[in-house]
Write a protein that binds this ligand. Structure first.
Ligand SMILES: *[C@@H]1O[C@H](CO)[C@@H](O)[C@H](O)[C@H]1NC(C)=O
Length: 482
């Protein structure tokens, strides 16, 4: 087992041109406290003699010799920051690799393996050494006030990393990041990244994520945050639908305030100065159990938070009578429609019931009526016209005095004579597209519409039943109807 904690990434990259005969690792990584190796090799060629080899650390402070080997004078380690921690692995001109123990972050830098040769002169290659230092990361958002100037809304820090941590931002908020980098005494790097934007109320609560990558981290550090922008209330009053009338019950105004921090108070005022007795105020709600003339006024609501206040007002016009098409009217219409739907459902149920009964009366014997061959007199256009005709006569549905159920019962009788003439008349009228245009002018009050709809369903199922055939069409399976 190799006692070295060497994290060699790239091996033996020839640097420079073909004349470059020195080979080193381009990049060497190690953790603090570990021992790492700097490998170096000279490709021996005839005609070149090697006289001496040395290792130099190059930094902004200059060049510093750390190890020298001469074939006859041996190894030497000049005074340097590595003194006592550096040694040649197997001292020779061909393989002058060195080993450095107890790695420190300050050992990071560029190390050059330098040969003195004859006759071509010096030849060299460099390794970049990273003594990894895992950065200390953190992130925070700064609560800001909505305003016109760009301010720092979030900060992300990667302190004392080697190499420097990489900071990324991810947000939908429109802003910019700016980084400041500081080189620490131990050669680690601290990075502070700030995210700036012009804070608007709409930015409050937006997601902002800071991601810090570093090669000493197994995974990226991800900080999910939310922007905190504070702003005074913007207020709107909801609940007035423009249809308040004397006697209307249970109306309510709501004072909707958008604010951060949330509003601390709501204050309702009225234009006349005296709050009507019929108005009940609870927080941001103003309720009126029974509308009267005193509500025919203008209400204002003011919401406050620590940063300021916002106001809205609404004039609640009260009419003496319910306006046409008001909720009272529409509820009557709704009730009528509901009754009609229920009636239609009852009719359907009865029809199905009668068919079943019919079938059981007939027993297993052959049906009394053979289905006539399908006659496609009008094709799909006819059907379209028919369905359109039914829809364009919604008034028929209001004619509840004609009991469709009774007619259905009569229809169900196997006697053709019992078919109401109006029924066949309606069918003829509907089937004729030219008569169709007149249908609205002669609303067939005497024709129950519901049976017609069932006839139509039969037609849609592919059984074009001539109008003279009775309605007790027991050969039509109920499955088709359902
Ligand atoms: C409410 O006030 C308006 C004028 O502001 C007036 O025309 C209307 O008649 C009033 N309604 C009632 C019910 O008094």
């Amino acid at each position: 087992m190799k006692p070295l904690g060497l994290l060699t990434v790239v091996f033996a990259v020839i640097q420079g041109a073909a004349s470059q005969r020195v080979k080193v690792d381009r990049e060497v990584q190690a953790n603090p406290g570990e021992t790492f190796q700097l490998r170096c090799k000279f490709e021996v060629v005839q005609g070149i003699s090697l006289t001496q080899v040395s290792w130099v650390r190059e930094s902004s402070a200059g060049r510093e010799n750390i190890a020298v080997f001469h074939p006859s004078l041996g190894s030497n380690y000049p005074d340097s920051f590595l003194k006592g921690r550096v040694s040649f692995v197997s001292p020779s001109l061909e393989n002058p690799s060195i080993s450095v123990s107890d790695a420190k972050t300050s050992d990071s830098g560029t190390y050059t393996c330098e040969y003195a040769t004859y006759p071509s002169g010096t030849d060299q290659a460099s390794s970049a050494v990273f003594i990894l230092a895992k950065p200390q990361n953190n992130a925070t958002t700064l609560p800001v006030l909505a305003g016109k100037d760009a301010v720092v809304v979030a900060r992300c820090e990667s302190a004392k990393g080697q190499p420097a941590g990489q900071v990324f931002w991810d947000t939908t908020a429109a802003g910019d990041q700016s980084n400041t980098t500081k080189l620490e005494n131990d050669k680690t790097v601290s990075v502070v990244s700030e995210f700036r934007l012009i804070p608007k109320a709409a930015d409050n609560g937006k997601d902002i994520t800071c991601i810090i990558k570093h090669r000493a981290q197994k995974t990226d550090d991800i900080y999910k945050m939310k922007l905190a922008v504070q702003y005074p209330p913007t207020v709107s009053i909801s609940g007035y639908d423009g249809q308040w009338y004397v006697g209307r019950s249970n109306v309510q105004l709501t004072c909707v305030a958008n604010a951060n921090p949330p509003p601390t108070s709501f204050e309702w005022t009225v234009a006349s100065g005296q709050m009507p007795k019929t108005a009940q105020i609870i927080g941001n709600k103003l309720s009126v159990p029974k509308v009267d003339e005193s509500i025919n006024t203008t209400f204002a609501c003011e919401a406050k938070n620590q940063l300021g206040s916002g106001q809205d007002r609404v004039t609640t016009l009260v009419t003496a009578e319910p306006p046409p098409g008001s909720s009272a009217t529409s509820s009557i219409i709704g009730a009528i429609i509901g009754i009609l739907i229920v009636a239609a459902l009852i009719a359907t149920g009865l029809l199905l019931y009668c068919r079943r009964r019919n079938r059981s009366e007939n027993g297993d014997g052959p049906p009394k009526y053979k289905p006539p061959p399908p006659t496609r007199t009008g094709g799909s256009t006819e059907m379209l016209n028919k369905s359109h005709g039914v829809e364009s006569q919604p008034l028929d549905y209001f004619d509840t005095s004609h009991e469709p159920v009774t007619n259905l019962d009569a229809d169900d009788d196997d006697d053709d004579e019992n078919v109401p003439n109006g029924n066949s008349g309606a069918r003829n009228g509907l089937e004729d597209p030219f008569h169709q245009s007149n249908s609205s002018s002669r609303i067939p009050v005497s024709q129950p519409n519901l049976p017609d709809r069932f006839n139509q369903q039969e037609d849609e199922a592919g059984h074009a039943v001539p109008s003279h055939i009775g309605r007790g069409d027991s050969f039509i399976s109920s499955a088709m109807l359902v």
